[in-house]
Design a protein around this ligand. Structure first.
Ligand code: 4AD
Ligand code: MG
Length: 426
């Protein structure tokens, strides 16, 4: 049985399996703390209460040995989880070498031993919250009638800027690892209309920040017949749904992470703030941060904006020149586009989305602006040639939302094996 079940049972004969979390002992007694995926259990083995053979087996136990223990469960106030197991049988399933991770180790040592560090209560809690975030994203869009749809990872063109593409040899050609599903999603809405995905995504961004990975998971949606407001409403709706599922199911994990849940409760219960880029500039100007119109917002400016409110902020209508070629111009304002970013305090941008440009000539002009040859985008341009409709979508960085929900300093801890410019092992 699992320790969780043993704890709720409080007494009686049980058999539990797990790993030795701590151990100490004397000539006549051994204390073990056993851990499994959910919890820890204090166990005591008395020499004169077990056979000589069983006692002999306990002598080889080390931290991380895997064992199956049987015995009598007793309530005990001093035990960390309120019960103690009086062991009468021990089966050593797997011996352990001296475990290389002990207390207070450097970040570098933990990163080099990431495969072992995953066993920590810290990583265990994050990985469980991550699971709920993925489940919540899927659940939200399935409930709204969206289809899960998959685009290729090997792609022939860029979609989010050519500078951070990973080129890979593809027999005698060169292709790129996906930066987004978007161009292939836009082709599919003409069949399925409303779709979503969660997919590995790759960006060769040589930025060593706490918010960038070279391989991350992006959750994306694309919607036919949408308005720009629909896109923002779904962005807000899915973030609320993620937060609400995590608050409902991850109380213990958030406690292990010592996360102050008040920003999550506010995000769940209150409407997000929506402001335009122009308003955002006016807001940060008050703080003496003078961003010239047309520049993208930087980390510290995004953080300042977030700190003015207690809920996530959706910034809309960014300058056309800083945004991707596919975003739709705001009617009557060709200098700004119907693009939106969802910003949260501590992490910055978690979602980027937009209403898509329908005018094929404008798309071609912007591709040229970006140094691209429109002839390479025939597949994409076809989506505007055969019954184009208003549509839009967004991408949510899963590691960024996990980092925000868990209150992590870096997105690197929001994924089991982070990939960054300097780290691709283990
Ligand atoms: O804002 P981005 O670049 O938008 C797109 O790729 C759109 N094509 C999505 C769409 O409309 N379907 O990326 C979306 C999100 C960002 O807001 C951020 O959360 C995350 O992806 N992201 C990263 N996360 C970790 N490491 C990186 N290097 C990231 N780059 C983007
Ligand atoms: Mg973006």
């Amino acid at each position: 049985m699992h320790i969780k079940q043993a704890i709720s049972q409080q007494s009686g004969r049980i058999t539990v399996s797990g790993w030795v979390y701590r151990e100490r002992g004397s000539n006549s007694m051994r204390f073990l703390v056993l851990r499994d995926t959910d919890n820890v259990l204090q166990c005591v083995i008395k020499k004169d209460a077990v056979s000589e053979e069983v006692w002999e087996r306990t002598q080889s136990l080390k931290v991380e040995s895997s064992v199956t223990l049987s015995g009598e469960l007793k309530p005990d106030e001093r035990a960390p989880t309120g019960v103690e197991l009086i062991v009468d049988n021990v089966l050593v399933v797997g011996d352990s070498n001296e475990f290389p991770i002990t207390k207070d180790q450097s970040i570098e040592h933990l990163a080099n031993n990431r495969h072992l560090w995953l066993r920590s209560r810290y990583m265990n809690a994050i990985l469980k919250v991550r699971h709920e975030c993925f489940a919540a994203f899927r659940e939200y869009f399935i409930q709204k009638g969206f289809y899960e749809y998959h685009s290729p990872i090997f792609q022939a063109t860029q979609a989010e800027g050519g500078s951070d593409l990973f080129a890979v040899k593809y027999f005698d050609s060169e292709v790129y690892l996906s930066q987004t599903w978007q161009l292939y999603a836009e082709a599919a809405i003409f069949s399925l209309e409303n779709i979503f995905t969660i997919s590995p995504t790759f960006r060769a961004e040589n930025s060593k920040t706490s918010r960038h990975l070279t391989e991350f998971w992006m959750a994306e949606m694309e919607m036919a017949w949408s308005t720009f407001e629909d896109i923002q409403d779904h962005a807000e709706g899915v973030v609320k749904h993620v937060v609400s599922r995590v608050l409902e199911r991850c109380e213990e994990e958030l406690a292990v992470l010592e996360k102050d849940v008040s920003p999550l409760i506010a995000a769940r219960d209150k409407p997000f703030v929506r402001i335009t880029y122009d308003d955002a500039l006016a807001l940060i100007k008050k703080e003496g941060m003078d961003v010239p119109w047309g520049k993208d917002l930087r980390t510290q400016e995004e953080e300042y904006i977030c700190q003015q409110f207690d809920v996530p902020v959706i910034v809309t209508n960014y300058p056309t020149e800083v945004k991707a070629f596919y975003m739709k111009e705001v009617p009557g304002r060709p200098d700004v586009v119907q693009g939106c970013d969802v910003l949260v305090s501590g992490v910055g941008e978690i979602i980027g989305g937009s209403q898509r440009e329908e005018d094929i000539e404008k798309i071609k002009e912007r591709l040229v602006r970006d140094g691209e040859d429109p002839a390479d985008y025939e597949m994409y341009l076809d989506t505007r040639r055969y019954g184009s409709v208003p549509h839009g979508g967004f991408g949510l960085g899963m590691e960024r939302i996990v980092a925000w929900v868990c209150g992590l300093d870096s997105v690197k801890d929001a994924i089991a094996f982070p990939r960054t410019p300097l780290r691709f092992k283990p």
